[in-house]
Write a protein that binds this ligand. Structure first.
Ligand code: PLI
Length: 466
Protein backbone atom coordinates (compact mmCIF):
# COMPACT_ATOMS: atom_id res chain seq x y z
CA UNK A 1 0.00 0.00 0.00
CA UNK A 2 1.33 3.47 -0.85
CA UNK A 3 2.18 5.70 2.11
CA UNK A 4 1.52 9.38 1.51
CA UNK A 5 4.26 11.38 3.15
CA UNK A 6 3.47 14.74 1.63
CA UNK A 7 0.89 16.09 4.04
CA UNK A 8 1.04 14.28 7.32
CA UNK A 9 4.20 12.29 7.78
CA UNK A 10 3.36 9.11 9.67
CA UNK A 11 5.76 7.73 12.27
CA UNK A 12 8.21 5.13 11.06
CA UNK A 13 7.00 2.74 13.79
CA UNK A 14 7.32 -0.87 12.79
CA UNK A 15 4.35 -2.48 10.97
CA UNK A 16 4.77 -5.71 12.98
CA UNK A 17 4.98 -6.94 16.55
CA UNK A 18 7.46 -9.35 18.11
CA UNK A 19 6.52 -13.01 18.56
CA UNK A 20 9.87 -14.69 19.23
CA UNK A 21 13.05 -13.22 20.70
CA UNK A 22 16.69 -14.27 20.50
CA UNK A 23 18.67 -13.71 23.68
CA UNK A 24 21.99 -11.92 23.26
CA UNK A 25 25.08 -12.23 25.41
CA UNK A 26 26.41 -9.24 27.33
CA UNK A 27 30.22 -8.98 27.41
CA UNK A 28 32.74 -7.30 29.71
CA UNK A 29 35.56 -5.01 28.49
CA UNK A 30 38.03 -7.80 29.33
CA UNK A 31 36.03 -10.37 27.30
CA UNK A 32 36.05 -7.99 24.35
CA UNK A 33 39.76 -7.23 24.56
CA UNK A 34 40.60 -10.94 24.48
CA UNK A 35 38.09 -11.65 21.71
CA UNK A 36 39.41 -8.84 19.50
CA UNK A 37 43.01 -9.93 19.91
CA UNK A 38 42.09 -13.52 19.03
CA UNK A 39 40.24 -12.17 15.96
CA UNK A 40 43.29 -10.26 14.70
CA UNK A 41 41.46 -6.95 15.09
CA UNK A 42 39.13 -7.98 12.29
CA UNK A 43 35.44 -7.85 13.22
CA UNK A 44 34.74 -10.55 10.60
CA UNK A 45 36.75 -12.98 12.69
CA UNK A 46 34.84 -12.47 15.93
CA UNK A 47 32.47 -15.21 17.01
CA UNK A 48 28.94 -13.88 17.03
CA UNK A 49 28.53 -14.97 20.66
CA UNK A 50 31.14 -12.33 21.51
CA UNK A 51 28.99 -9.58 20.00
CA UNK A 52 26.24 -7.58 21.73
CA UNK A 53 24.66 -5.64 18.85
CA UNK A 54 25.67 -7.03 15.49
CA UNK A 55 25.79 -4.38 12.77
CA UNK A 56 28.39 -6.19 10.68
CA UNK A 57 25.97 -6.61 7.82
CA UNK A 58 22.36 -6.51 6.72
CA UNK A 59 23.05 -9.61 4.64
CA UNK A 60 21.23 -12.75 5.74
CA UNK A 61 20.54 -11.19 9.13
CA UNK A 62 16.88 -10.21 8.71
CA UNK A 63 14.13 -11.52 10.94
CA UNK A 64 11.73 -13.54 8.82
CA UNK A 65 8.00 -13.03 9.29
CA UNK A 66 5.57 -15.65 10.59
CA UNK A 67 4.34 -15.96 7.00
CA UNK A 68 7.84 -16.74 5.76
CA UNK A 69 8.33 -19.35 8.49
CA UNK A 70 4.96 -20.86 7.63
CA UNK A 71 6.08 -20.89 3.98
CA UNK A 72 9.18 -22.87 4.97
CA UNK A 73 6.83 -25.72 5.96
CA UNK A 74 5.55 -25.74 2.41
CA UNK A 75 9.04 -26.59 1.12
CA UNK A 76 8.78 -28.95 -1.81
CA UNK A 77 12.14 -30.67 -1.62
CA UNK A 78 12.10 -32.25 -5.05
CA UNK A 79 15.41 -32.34 -6.89
CA UNK A 80 13.75 -31.13 -10.07
CA UNK A 81 10.78 -28.87 -10.66
CA UNK A 82 10.04 -27.88 -7.06
CA UNK A 83 6.71 -26.05 -6.75
CA UNK A 84 8.50 -23.39 -4.69
CA UNK A 85 10.65 -22.55 -7.72
CA UNK A 86 7.53 -21.81 -9.78
CA UNK A 87 6.16 -19.64 -7.00
CA UNK A 88 9.45 -17.73 -6.82
CA UNK A 89 9.54 -17.34 -10.59
CA UNK A 90 5.98 -15.97 -10.61
CA UNK A 91 6.77 -13.47 -7.82
CA UNK A 92 9.93 -12.25 -9.59
CA UNK A 93 7.99 -11.79 -12.82
CA UNK A 94 5.23 -9.92 -11.01
CA UNK A 95 7.31 -7.55 -8.89
CA UNK A 96 10.47 -7.16 -10.95
CA UNK A 97 9.25 -7.99 -14.45
CA UNK A 98 12.23 -10.12 -15.52
CA UNK A 99 11.24 -13.04 -17.74
CA UNK A 100 13.68 -15.81 -16.85
CA UNK A 101 14.87 -16.77 -13.36
CA UNK A 102 17.71 -18.94 -12.14
CA UNK A 103 18.04 -19.41 -8.38
CA UNK A 104 21.54 -19.32 -6.87
CA UNK A 105 22.84 -20.01 -3.38
CA UNK A 106 23.39 -16.25 -2.92
CA UNK A 107 24.20 -13.11 -4.91
CA UNK A 108 27.78 -13.99 -5.83
CA UNK A 109 26.61 -17.26 -7.42
CA UNK A 110 24.59 -15.18 -9.88
CA UNK A 111 27.53 -12.78 -10.38
CA UNK A 112 29.78 -15.67 -11.27
CA UNK A 113 27.38 -17.01 -13.89
CA UNK A 114 26.55 -13.73 -15.61
CA UNK A 115 30.24 -12.67 -15.61
CA UNK A 116 31.29 -15.94 -17.22
CA UNK A 117 28.62 -15.68 -19.89
CA UNK A 118 28.97 -12.03 -20.87
CA UNK A 119 32.58 -10.98 -20.18
CA UNK A 120 35.47 -11.84 -22.48
CA UNK A 121 39.14 -11.34 -21.53
CA UNK A 122 40.10 -7.72 -22.20
CA UNK A 123 36.56 -6.37 -21.74
CA UNK A 124 35.76 -3.27 -19.72
CA UNK A 125 32.89 -3.38 -17.24
CA UNK A 126 31.73 0.09 -16.21
CA UNK A 127 29.77 0.35 -13.00
CA UNK A 128 28.44 2.84 -10.46
CA UNK A 129 31.13 2.05 -7.88
CA UNK A 130 32.58 -1.38 -7.35
CA UNK A 131 31.23 -3.98 -5.00
CA UNK A 132 33.77 -6.48 -3.66
CA UNK A 133 32.34 -9.79 -4.93
CA UNK A 134 30.88 -8.29 -8.10
CA UNK A 135 34.19 -6.81 -9.23
CA UNK A 136 36.10 -9.96 -8.35
CA UNK A 137 33.85 -12.10 -10.55
CA UNK A 138 34.21 -9.56 -13.36
CA UNK A 139 38.00 -9.75 -13.00
CA UNK A 140 38.06 -13.54 -12.76
CA UNK A 141 36.19 -13.61 -16.08
CA UNK A 142 38.94 -11.44 -17.63
CA UNK A 143 37.27 -8.04 -17.39
CA UNK A 144 38.43 -4.77 -15.90
CA UNK A 145 36.03 -2.76 -13.79
CA UNK A 146 35.79 0.98 -14.52
CA UNK A 147 34.12 3.31 -12.04
CA UNK A 148 31.54 5.60 -13.67
CA UNK A 149 29.69 6.84 -10.62
CA UNK A 150 29.30 10.63 -10.26
CA UNK A 151 32.10 12.41 -8.38
CA UNK A 152 29.75 13.36 -5.53
CA UNK A 153 29.62 9.69 -4.50
CA UNK A 154 33.28 9.83 -3.49
CA UNK A 155 32.71 12.84 -1.28
CA UNK A 156 31.20 11.87 2.10
CA UNK A 157 30.17 15.48 2.72
CA UNK A 158 28.22 16.00 -0.49
CA UNK A 159 24.48 15.97 0.21
CA UNK A 160 23.49 15.34 -3.39
CA UNK A 161 20.25 13.31 -3.16
CA UNK A 162 21.19 10.69 -5.76
CA UNK A 163 24.84 9.91 -5.14
CA UNK A 164 24.41 6.52 -6.80
CA UNK A 165 23.92 8.11 -10.24
CA UNK A 166 25.99 7.14 -13.25
CA UNK A 167 28.08 9.89 -14.83
CA UNK A 168 27.16 9.47 -18.50
CA UNK A 169 30.17 11.52 -19.59
CA UNK A 170 32.45 8.97 -17.89
CA UNK A 171 30.63 6.14 -19.65
CA UNK A 172 30.81 7.95 -22.99
CA UNK A 173 34.56 8.47 -22.57
CA UNK A 174 34.99 4.71 -22.05
CA UNK A 175 32.90 3.94 -25.12
CA UNK A 176 35.00 6.37 -27.18
CA UNK A 177 38.26 4.96 -25.82
CA UNK A 178 37.53 1.23 -26.07
CA UNK A 179 34.53 0.94 -28.39
CA UNK A 180 31.10 -0.33 -27.36
CA UNK A 181 32.02 -3.90 -28.42
CA UNK A 182 34.50 -4.10 -25.55
CA UNK A 183 31.77 -3.22 -23.05
CA UNK A 184 29.54 -6.25 -22.44
CA UNK A 185 27.28 -4.42 -20.01
CA UNK A 186 27.01 -1.62 -17.51
CA UNK A 187 27.02 -3.02 -13.98
CA UNK A 188 24.33 -0.88 -12.40
CA UNK A 189 23.65 -1.13 -8.68
CA UNK A 190 20.60 0.39 -7.07
CA UNK A 191 21.19 1.68 -3.51
CA UNK A 192 24.96 1.73 -3.97
CA UNK A 193 26.45 -0.15 -1.06
CA UNK A 194 30.04 1.09 -1.06
CA UNK A 195 28.92 4.72 -1.50
CA UNK A 196 26.86 4.48 1.69
CA UNK A 197 23.57 3.00 0.47
CA UNK A 198 23.03 5.90 -1.93
CA UNK A 199 20.23 5.77 -4.51
CA UNK A 200 20.12 6.17 -8.28
CA UNK A 201 17.43 8.50 -9.63
CA UNK A 202 14.85 7.33 -12.14
CA UNK A 203 15.84 10.16 -14.43
CA UNK A 204 19.46 9.00 -14.43
CA UNK A 205 18.35 5.45 -15.12
CA UNK A 206 16.23 6.57 -18.06
CA UNK A 207 19.14 8.53 -19.51
CA UNK A 208 21.44 5.54 -19.04
CA UNK A 209 18.87 3.32 -20.72
CA UNK A 210 18.61 5.63 -23.73
CA UNK A 211 22.40 5.85 -24.01
CA UNK A 212 22.98 2.10 -23.80
CA UNK A 213 20.21 1.34 -26.33
CA UNK A 214 21.94 3.65 -28.78
CA UNK A 215 25.25 1.85 -28.34
CA UNK A 216 23.98 -1.72 -28.03
CA UNK A 217 25.22 -2.17 -24.45
CA UNK A 218 23.24 -4.14 -21.87
CA UNK A 219 22.49 -3.06 -18.31
CA UNK A 220 22.87 -5.74 -15.65
CA UNK A 221 21.23 -4.59 -12.47
CA UNK A 222 22.58 -5.44 -9.03
CA UNK A 223 19.15 -5.29 -7.43
CA UNK A 224 20.19 -6.40 -3.97
CA UNK A 225 18.63 -3.31 -2.33
CA UNK A 226 16.29 -2.08 -5.07
CA UNK A 227 13.28 -1.50 -2.78
CA UNK A 228 15.35 0.82 -0.59
CA UNK A 229 16.38 2.76 -3.69
CA UNK A 230 12.72 2.98 -4.70
CA UNK A 231 11.82 4.52 -1.32
CA UNK A 232 14.32 7.34 -1.90
CA UNK A 233 12.94 7.95 -5.39
CA UNK A 234 9.47 8.19 -3.89
CA UNK A 235 10.65 10.75 -1.36
CA UNK A 236 13.06 12.79 -3.41
CA UNK A 237 12.16 12.64 -7.08
CA UNK A 238 9.46 14.71 -8.70
CA UNK A 239 6.47 12.72 -9.90
CA UNK A 240 6.95 9.68 -7.66
CA UNK A 241 5.46 10.70 -4.27
CA UNK A 242 2.12 9.08 -5.06
CA UNK A 243 3.53 5.90 -6.55
CA UNK A 244 3.95 2.80 -4.42
CA UNK A 245 7.39 1.32 -3.81
CA UNK A 246 6.24 -1.76 -5.74
CA UNK A 247 5.42 0.37 -8.79
CA UNK A 248 8.74 2.20 -8.60
CA UNK A 249 10.68 -1.05 -8.23
CA UNK A 250 8.98 -2.44 -11.31
CA UNK A 251 9.79 0.70 -13.29
CA UNK A 252 13.47 0.60 -12.24
CA UNK A 253 13.78 -2.99 -13.41
CA UNK A 254 12.12 -2.13 -16.74
CA UNK A 255 15.16 -0.02 -17.68
CA UNK A 256 17.55 -2.95 -17.27
CA UNK A 257 18.20 -6.18 -19.17
CA UNK A 258 18.79 -8.54 -16.30
CA UNK A 259 19.73 -8.67 -12.66
CA UNK A 260 21.75 -10.37 -10.00
CA UNK A 261 20.13 -10.52 -6.61
CA UNK A 262 21.33 -11.35 -3.15
CA UNK A 263 17.98 -12.15 -1.56
CA UNK A 264 19.74 -11.95 1.80
CA UNK A 265 19.13 -8.18 1.90
CA UNK A 266 15.94 -6.60 0.52
CA UNK A 267 14.15 -9.94 0.21
CA UNK A 268 14.30 -10.66 3.94
CA UNK A 269 15.78 -14.15 3.98
CA UNK A 270 18.82 -15.69 5.59
CA UNK A 271 20.15 -17.32 2.42
CA UNK A 272 19.50 -17.23 -1.31
CA UNK A 273 19.76 -15.26 -4.51
CA UNK A 274 19.04 -15.43 -8.19
CA UNK A 275 19.96 -14.38 -11.67
CA UNK A 276 17.13 -12.94 -13.75
CA UNK A 277 17.34 -12.06 -17.44
CA UNK A 278 15.06 -11.14 -20.28
CA UNK A 279 17.16 -12.62 -23.10
CA UNK A 280 16.32 -16.25 -23.80
CA UNK A 281 19.77 -17.14 -25.13
CA UNK A 282 21.51 -15.83 -22.03
CA UNK A 283 18.99 -17.72 -19.94
CA UNK A 284 19.78 -20.94 -21.78
CA UNK A 285 23.50 -20.52 -21.20
CA UNK A 286 22.93 -19.62 -17.59
CA UNK A 287 20.70 -22.61 -16.97
CA UNK A 288 23.48 -24.76 -18.39
CA UNK A 289 26.25 -23.13 -16.30
CA UNK A 290 24.26 -23.15 -13.07
CA UNK A 291 24.33 -26.94 -12.96
CA UNK A 292 28.14 -26.78 -12.79
CA UNK A 293 28.38 -24.35 -9.89
CA UNK A 294 25.11 -24.30 -7.97
CA UNK A 295 22.65 -27.06 -8.84
CA UNK A 296 19.81 -27.72 -11.25
CA UNK A 297 18.19 -24.60 -12.77
CA UNK A 298 15.07 -25.07 -10.66
CA UNK A 299 16.89 -24.94 -7.33
CA UNK A 300 20.37 -23.45 -7.87
CA UNK A 301 21.80 -24.51 -4.53
CA UNK A 302 18.68 -23.69 -2.50
CA UNK A 303 16.23 -25.90 -0.67
CA UNK A 304 12.61 -25.62 -1.77
CA UNK A 305 11.78 -24.00 1.57
CA UNK A 306 14.41 -21.31 0.96
CA UNK A 307 12.82 -20.42 -2.37
CA UNK A 308 9.40 -20.20 -0.71
CA UNK A 309 10.77 -17.84 1.96
CA UNK A 310 12.30 -15.63 -0.76
CA UNK A 311 9.03 -15.51 -2.70
CA UNK A 312 7.14 -14.35 0.39
CA UNK A 313 10.00 -12.04 1.44
CA UNK A 314 9.96 -10.23 -1.92
CA UNK A 315 6.25 -9.55 -1.50
CA UNK A 316 6.83 -8.11 1.98
CA UNK A 317 9.90 -6.15 0.91
CA UNK A 318 8.05 -3.86 -1.49
CA UNK A 319 5.39 -2.86 1.04
CA UNK A 320 5.59 0.88 1.71
CA UNK A 321 5.07 0.55 5.45
CA UNK A 322 7.87 -2.00 5.69
CA UNK A 323 10.37 0.16 3.82
CA UNK A 324 9.33 3.27 5.69
CA UNK A 325 10.06 1.57 9.03
CA UNK A 326 13.27 0.03 7.76
CA UNK A 327 14.75 3.29 6.49
CA UNK A 328 13.17 5.24 9.35
CA UNK A 329 15.23 3.24 11.81
CA UNK A 330 18.43 3.82 9.86
CA UNK A 331 17.68 7.55 9.76
CA UNK A 332 16.95 7.59 13.49
CA UNK A 333 20.47 6.35 14.24
CA UNK A 334 22.03 8.57 11.60
CA UNK A 335 20.32 11.71 12.87
CA UNK A 336 21.47 11.00 16.42
CA UNK A 337 25.08 10.68 15.32
CA UNK A 338 24.95 13.68 13.02
CA UNK A 339 23.42 15.82 15.76
CA UNK A 340 26.25 14.77 18.08
CA UNK A 341 28.79 16.02 15.52
CA UNK A 342 30.05 12.56 14.52
CA UNK A 343 31.24 12.61 10.89
CA UNK A 344 29.00 10.36 8.80
CA UNK A 345 28.29 9.99 5.11
CA UNK A 346 25.42 12.21 4.05
CA UNK A 347 22.67 11.93 2.99
CA UNK A 348 21.89 9.04 5.33
CA UNK A 349 21.68 5.91 3.19
CA UNK A 350 19.25 3.03 3.03
CA UNK A 351 20.86 0.12 4.84
CA UNK A 352 23.23 1.63 7.34
CA UNK A 353 25.20 4.51 8.71
CA UNK A 354 28.68 5.00 7.35
CA UNK A 355 31.18 6.71 9.64
CA UNK A 356 33.77 8.81 7.86
CA UNK A 357 36.93 7.35 9.41
CA UNK A 358 39.21 9.92 7.77
CA UNK A 359 37.50 12.73 9.67
CA UNK A 360 36.86 10.62 12.76
CA UNK A 361 40.53 9.62 13.12
CA UNK A 362 42.47 12.37 11.30
CA UNK A 363 45.69 11.39 13.06
CA UNK A 364 45.87 8.09 11.10
CA UNK A 365 47.27 7.65 7.58
CA UNK A 366 45.29 5.48 5.18
CA UNK A 367 47.90 2.71 5.45
CA UNK A 368 47.28 2.60 9.19
CA UNK A 369 43.80 1.39 8.25
CA UNK A 370 41.69 4.01 10.02
CA UNK A 371 38.32 2.38 9.29
CA UNK A 372 39.56 -1.02 10.46
CA UNK A 373 40.97 0.63 13.60
CA UNK A 374 37.70 2.46 14.26
CA UNK A 375 35.60 -0.69 13.89
CA UNK A 376 37.91 -2.36 16.43
CA UNK A 377 37.64 0.57 18.86
CA UNK A 378 33.82 0.56 18.73
CA UNK A 379 33.74 -3.17 19.43
CA UNK A 380 36.09 -2.74 22.38
CA UNK A 381 33.92 0.03 23.78
CA UNK A 382 30.53 -1.70 23.72
CA UNK A 383 30.47 -5.01 21.85
CA UNK A 384 28.82 -3.34 18.84
CA UNK A 385 30.16 -4.97 15.69
CA UNK A 386 30.61 -2.93 12.52
CA UNK A 387 32.62 -3.40 9.33
CA UNK A 388 35.49 -1.72 7.52
CA UNK A 389 34.66 -0.32 4.08
CA UNK A 390 37.85 1.39 3.09
CA UNK A 391 41.32 0.45 1.90
CA UNK A 392 41.17 -3.11 3.26
CA UNK A 393 37.90 -3.83 1.41
CA UNK A 394 39.21 -2.15 -1.74
CA UNK A 395 42.01 -4.73 -2.10
CA UNK A 396 44.82 -4.52 -4.63
CA UNK A 397 45.06 -3.63 -8.29
CA UNK A 398 45.36 -6.95 -10.14
CA UNK A 399 47.92 -5.49 -12.61
CA UNK A 400 50.26 -3.53 -10.34
CA UNK A 401 49.71 -5.42 -7.09
CA UNK A 402 49.49 -2.09 -5.22
CA UNK A 403 46.67 -1.28 -2.80
CA UNK A 404 43.70 0.55 -4.22
CA UNK A 405 43.44 3.81 -2.26
CA UNK A 406 39.70 4.53 -2.19
CA UNK A 407 38.67 8.11 -1.42
CA UNK A 408 36.07 6.71 0.98
CA UNK A 409 37.46 5.27 4.20
CA UNK A 410 34.32 4.20 6.03
CA UNK A 411 33.02 2.13 8.90
CA UNK A 412 29.64 0.66 8.13
CA UNK A 413 27.02 0.21 10.83
CA UNK A 414 24.61 -1.94 8.89
CA UNK A 415 21.14 -2.33 10.27
CA UNK A 416 19.60 -5.80 9.93
CA UNK A 417 15.94 -5.66 8.90
CA UNK A 418 13.28 -6.13 11.59
CA UNK A 419 15.85 -7.20 14.22
CA UNK A 420 16.85 -4.40 16.61
CA UNK A 421 14.84 -1.87 18.59
CA UNK A 422 15.07 1.89 18.94
CA UNK A 423 16.75 1.39 22.34
CA UNK A 424 19.46 -0.68 20.64
CA UNK A 425 20.04 2.23 18.27
CA UNK A 426 20.47 4.51 21.32
CA UNK A 427 23.12 2.15 22.75
CA UNK A 428 24.99 2.20 19.43
CA UNK A 429 24.90 6.01 19.22
CA UNK A 430 26.09 6.39 22.81
CA UNK A 431 29.03 4.05 22.22
CA UNK A 432 30.14 5.83 19.06
CA UNK A 433 29.86 9.20 20.74
CA UNK A 434 32.08 7.90 23.56
CA UNK A 435 34.71 6.68 21.12
CA UNK A 436 34.49 10.00 19.27
CA UNK A 437 35.22 11.94 22.44
CA UNK A 438 38.45 10.00 22.98
CA UNK A 439 39.27 9.53 19.29
CA UNK A 440 42.89 10.70 19.59
CA UNK A 441 43.66 7.62 21.69
CA UNK A 442 42.60 5.14 18.97
CA UNK A 443 45.75 3.52 17.52
CA UNK A 444 46.37 2.65 13.87
CA UNK A 445 46.79 -0.95 12.74
CA UNK A 446 49.40 -2.97 10.86
CA UNK A 447 48.29 -5.82 8.58
CA UNK A 448 50.04 -9.01 9.59
CA UNK A 449 48.17 -11.50 7.38
CA UNK A 450 46.69 -10.78 3.97
CA UNK A 451 44.63 -13.34 2.04
CA UNK A 452 44.72 -13.27 -1.76
CA UNK A 453 41.00 -12.82 -2.49
CA UNK A 454 38.52 -10.50 -0.72
CA UNK A 455 41.10 -9.88 1.97
CA UNK A 456 38.80 -7.94 4.28
CA UNK A 457 37.05 -11.15 5.34
CA UNK A 458 40.11 -12.85 6.84
CA UNK A 459 42.99 -10.35 7.11
CA UNK A 460 44.63 -10.02 10.54
CA UNK A 461 46.01 -6.88 12.19
CA UNK A 462 47.95 -5.66 15.19
CA UNK A 463 47.69 -2.21 16.76
CA UNK A 464 50.67 0.11 16.61
CA UNK A 465 51.60 0.69 20.24
CA UNK A 466 50.78 4.22 21.36
O1 PLI B 1 26.65 -11.95 -0.22
P1 PLI B 1 26.02 -12.36 -1.50
O2 PLI B 1 26.85 -13.27 -2.29
O3 PLI B 1 24.62 -12.88 -1.32
O4 PLI B 1 25.79 -11.01 -2.36
C1 PLI B 1 26.85 -10.29 -2.88
C2 PLI B 1 26.49 -8.85 -2.99
C3 PLI B 1 26.27 -8.32 -4.23
N1 PLI B 1 25.95 -7.00 -4.37
C4 PLI B 1 25.83 -6.17 -3.32
C5 PLI B 1 25.48 -4.75 -3.56
C6 PLI B 1 26.04 -6.64 -2.04
O5 PLI B 1 25.88 -5.81 -1.01
C7 PLI B 1 26.40 -8.02 -1.84
C8 PLI B 1 26.70 -8.54 -0.58
N2 PLI B 1 26.84 -7.73 0.44
C9 PLI B 1 27.24 -8.01 1.67
C10 PLI B 1 27.60 -9.39 2.12
C11 PLI B 1 27.31 -6.92 2.61
O6 PLI B 1 27.61 -7.14 3.79
O7 PLI B 1 27.04 -5.79 2.17
Amino acid sequence: MAVQLKNKRPSWAEPYKIKVVELVRMTSPEDRRKALEAAGYNTFLLRSGQVYIDLLTDSGTSAMSDRQWAGMMLGDEAYAGSENFYHLEAVIRKYYGYRHVIPTHQGRGAENIISQILIKPGDIVPGNMYFTTTRLHQELAGGTFADIIIDEAHDPRSEFPFKGNVDLAKLDALVKQHGAKKIPYVSLATSVNMAGGQPVSMQNLKELYRYTRKHGIRIIHDMTRVAENAWFIKQREKGYAKKSVAEIVREICSYTDGATMSAKKDALVNIGGFLAVNDRKIYQEASNLVVVYEGLHTYGGLAGRDMEAIAIGITESVDDYHIHARIGQVEYLGNKLRDAGVPIVLPIGGHGIFLDARRFLPHLKQLEFPAQALAAAIYLDSGVRSMERGIVSAGRNKETGDHYYPPLELVRLTIPRRVYTQAHMDVVAESIERVYRRRRSVPGLKMIYEPKYLRFFQARFKPFSK
